[in-house]
Design a protein around this ligand. Structure first.
Ligand code: NAG
Ligand code: NAG
Ligand code: NAG
Length: 361
C-alpha cells in the first residue's frame, strides 16, 4: 500500500527546503535544486522521492513514550544519537523492536518514574543536566544507571556527592535551624541535644525550653535570644556571645562558657524558677549588668570573670571560685558565699552591705 505523504516546500534560491510527513515519519529535505514545484510533486510519492539522491534527508521520526503514566514525545534521534551505547539507544535504534509493548494510544510503555526520567530526556535533547527543585538527584542517578547513560551517571554522582553535607558533624546554620524551628510548635520539645551549632548565628531567636544538652555552641551568636527555660547542661558555650539574652530559669549545670560574653542578661524568672549554673566553667566571662537574683553558682568557676554591676541578691556562691573576679558595684545582699575563693576579687563600690558567712577566706 502506497503511503500518502503531505509535503510543504519553501524555495529560497539556491536552496529548497521541504518537509514531508506521513503517519509515522516527518522527513526534512534540503536541496540545492531550484525547480521547486516539480520536486514537490515527486516527493509526495515515496518511491520517486528515493530517486532524488541529491537530497539531504533528515529523518525526524517522532515517538511517544509512556513513562509510568506520563507521556513524553520526542524524536528517535534524541534517544539514539546522544548516547549511542545506552540501553535507551538500543531500545529505540530499530523501529518496533518493542512491538507490542505500547499503550492504546501507541506510546511505548516504560515502567519507570516520570519525574526522574524527565531530566534524563532533557539531557539527551540539549546535553545539559538540569534538575528542577524538589527532584532528588539520587532518583535521577538511579534512572541514568538503569538506562545505561554513563556520562550522565558520572555527572550525577558528582552532583549527589557535592550536595551532601561533608559529614554529619558539620555545624547547623541559622537558615537550617530556623526552618526546623518554624516546623514545630512552641509546646513541642525541641531535641537539639548534642547538635553542632559552632559559630551559628542564633541571635534574637525564640529558643525557649529547647533541649541543648551537650550541644556544641562554641562561638555561637545568641545575642538577644530568648533562652528562657532552656536546658544547656554540659553544652559548650565557650566564646559564645549571649549579650542581652533572656536566661530565665535556664539550666546550665556544668556548662562550659569560658570566655563567653553574657552582658545584660536576665537570669531572674518571675515565676521563681532559679537559674542553675552549678559547676559551670565561667572563666573570664563578661556578665556585666546582668540580672542574677537567686542564681545558683555553686562550685562554678568564675576566675577572672567580670561581674560588674550585677544583681546577685540571694545568689548561691558557695564553693564558687571567684579568684580575680570583678564584683564591683554588685548587689550581694543575702548571697551565700560560704567556702568561696575570693582571692584577688574586687568588691569596691558595693551597693549593699555584704553578708558574708564566717567561712569566707
Ligand atoms: C562541629 O563543628 C566544628 C566546626 O566545623 C568542628 O570543629 C567540630 O569538630 C564539629 N563537631 C562537634 C562534635 O562539635
Ligand atoms: C550577632 O548578630 C548580630 C545580628 O543579629 C550582630 O549585630 C552582632 O554583631 C553579632 N555579634 C557577634 C558577637 O557576632
Ligand atoms: C522570653 O520568654 C519568656 C517566657 O516565655 C517571656 O516571659 C519573655 O517575655 C520573653 N522575652 C522576650 C524578650 O521575648
Amino acid at each position: 500500500m502506497r503511503q500518502h505523504r503531505v509535503c510543504v516546500c519553501v524555495c529560497v534560491s539556491p536552496v529548497t527546503l521541504c518537509v514531508c510527513s506521513c503517519r509515522d515519519d516527518d522527513v526534512l529535505y534540503i536541496s540545492e535544486e531550484e525547480s521547486c514545484d516539480d520536486l514537490q510533486d515527486d516527493l509526495r510519492d515515496p518511491e520517486k522521492a528515493q530517486t532524488h539522491t541529491d537530497w539531504l534527508t533528515l529523518n525526524v521520526d517522532w515517538l511517544t513514550l509512556n513513562v509510568g503514566g506520563r507521556c513524553f514525545t520526542t524524536t528517535r534521534s534524541t534517544l539514539v544519537s546522544k548516547e549511542p551505547e545506552s540501553m535507551l539507544a538500543h531500545m529505540f535504534r530499530e523501529k518496533d523492536v518493542w512491538g507490542n509493548k505500547r499503550d492504546p494510544q501507541g506510546a511505548y510503555l516504560i515502567d519507570r518514574s516520570p519525574d526522574y526520567f524527565e531530566p534524563i530526556l532533557n539531557y539527551l535533547r540539549h546535553g545539559q543536566l538540569i534538575i528542577n527543585e524538589g527532584i532528588n538527584p539520587l532518583g535521577v542517578l538511579e534512572e541514568a544507571r538503569f538506562f545505561g547513560i554513563e556520562q550522565l551517571a558520572e555527572q550525577l554522582e558528582t552532583l549527589v556527592k557535592s550536595s551532601q553535607p561533608p559529614d554529619d558533624h558539620s555545624p547547623l546554620t541559622r537558615k537550617e535551624f530556623v526552618r526546623f524551628l518554624l516546623a514545630t510548635t512552641t509546646k513541642s520539645e525541641l531535641r537539639c541535644q548534642g547538635l553542632n551549632f559552632t559559630g551559628a548565628d542564633l541571635s534574637r531567636l525564640d529558643l525557649r525550653y529547647i533541649n541543648f544538652k551537650m550541644a556544641n555552641l562554641r562561638g555561637a551568636n545568641l545575642t538577644h535570644a530568648n533562652l528562657s527555660g532552656a536546658n544547656l547542661e554540659r553544652a559548650d558555650l565557650s566564646m559564645a556571645s549571649l549579650d542581652g539574652a533572656n536566661l530565665q530559669g535556664v539550666k546550665m549545670l556544668c556548662t562550659n562558657a569560658e570566655g563567653a560574653s553574657l552582658r545584660s542578661c536576665n537570669f531572674e524568672d518571675p515565676a521563681g524558677v532559679k537559674a542553675n549554673l552549678e559547676g559551670a566553667n565561667l572563666k573570664g566571662v563578661d556578665m556585666e549588668g546582668s540580672q542574677m537574683t537567686g542564681i545558683n553558682l555553686r562550685v562554678a568557676t568564675l576566675k577572672n570573670a567580670k561581674l560588674k554591676n550585677c544583681n546577685l541578691r540571694g545568689a548561691t556562691l558557695a564553693g564558687t571560685d571567684l579568684e580575680n573576679c570583678d564584683l564591683s558595684g554588685c548587689d550581694l545582699q543575702e548571697a551565700n558565699l560560704r567556702g568561696s575563693n575570693v582571692k584577688g576579687a574586687i568588691f569596691e563600690e558595693m551597693l549593699t552591705p555584704l553578708h558574708m558567712s564566717q567561712s569566707v577566706r
